[in-house]
Design a protein around this ligand. Structure first.
Ligand code: ATR
Length: 311
């Protein structure tokens, strides 16, 4: 890694959220900046719930290059932006800000962060059938990403069925060419129907996240289609109960840590306004350091930028 010296020209970056005490983002982002030879420094800032605007405008006034935005501010920050990208507008959430020429530009790295691990493993989305578990912000990003990449069908299951139904309505109007259906998660037959012939099953719920290690969004005795890929957005723990169930059924699995890393890369590209080249190579280099950080922790509820699942 390149040695860095803080000077008057050092770029200032960071994450704002509440809480941010256990955020992995400073470690991840500083490792990335260092690896890229960028003279920048990334910090975590805990912002009081009623001081979001002050914090954002203050960062802009101080000449910060940009910020990541995490829970609970990802929706509240949208009206503070002068411009937002198409993805952020569709999701109604921003997790990355760029301060440029006195303007505040917002985007979301969630859809790309979700897609890149699939690309890295050669999983092609067009014409596939995707099951999405959950109907919160993470699920919205997954649905958006999959629909944009031309999947044939999205089956949505959520503990609170009404929320899934509302999401279905919204995304059907955005993507009329994609078949999108809601299935009640609590009805056994409905779960089995939803999983039939699925190519990709994504856990976008927080079930199984530390400290609730024994929880899965799916019933224990569920039978999963063995040719599918099971993808959990949770990365603490890396091997969630959902991924264990998938392995027991012979499925290939993808954990949530790579998504977190690709989101960091996407943020830096956005801030620097230049292409960083070999994303997959960078992600492979960054992953071991984060795995060690997760191992060293006694398992606190890491709060990090954006998605993976982060509470
Ligand atoms: P995020 O923005 O991270 O997606 P969120 O908006 O709070 O977070 O959404 C959390 C999702 O996890 C929801 O879909 C939630 O289901 P409900 O809509 O029924 O609340 C889901 N979830 C949380 N705990 C769960 C559990 N134990 N089993 C199944 N789903 C769970």
């Amino acid at each position: 890694m390149t040695e860095r010296h803080v000077t008057a020209h050092t770029l200032t970056l960071g994450v704002i959220g509440n809480p941010v005490g256990h955020s992995l983002s400073p470690q991840l982002q500083n490792a990335l900046l260092s690896r890229l030879g960028v003279n920048g420094c990334y910090h975590a800032f805990e912002v009081k719930p009623n001081e979001l605007e002050k914090a954002v405008r203050g960062a802009s006034a101080l000449g910060f290059l940009g910020l990541n935005v995490t829970v609970p501010f990802k929706e509240q920050v949208v009206p503070l932006c002068d411009d937002i990208t198409h993805e952020a507008e569709a999701l109604g959430a921003v997790n990355t800000l760029l301060f440029k020429d006195g303007r505040i530009v917002g985007t979301t790295t969630d859809p790309l962060g979700f897609l890149k691990p699939l690309e890295a493993r050669g999983f092609e989305l067009p014409d596939k059938t995707v099951v999405v578990l959950g109907a919160g912000g993470a699920a919205r990003a997954v649905i958006f990403a999959c629909a944009e990449r031309g999947v044939a069908e999205i089956r949505l299951l959520n503990r609170t069925h009404d929320k899934a139904v509302r999401l279905v309505r919204r995304f059907r109007s955005l993507f009329p060419g994609v078949r999108i259906e809601a299935y009640p998660l609590l009805e056994w037959g409905s779960v089995s129907n939803a999983l039939e012939n699925a190519d990709l099953i994504v856990n976008a719920t927080s079930a199984g996240m530390w400290p609730h290690l024994e929880r899965s969004p799916l019933p224990e005795s569920v039978s999963l289609p063995r040719d599918a890929l099971a993808y959990d957005l949770v990365y603490n723990p890396l091997r969630t109960r959902f991924l264990q169930q998938a392995e027991e059924n012979g499925l290939a699995i993808q954990d949530g840590l790579d998504m977190l890393i690709y989101q960091a890369i996407a943020s830096v590209e956005f801030w620097l306004s230049r292409q960083l080249g070999d994303w997959h190579g960078l992600a492979r280099e960054l992953r071991p350091g984060l795995e060690r950080a997760l191992e060293w922790s006694s398992g606190p509820p890491w709060s990090v930028t954006g998605k993976g699942k982060d509470k």
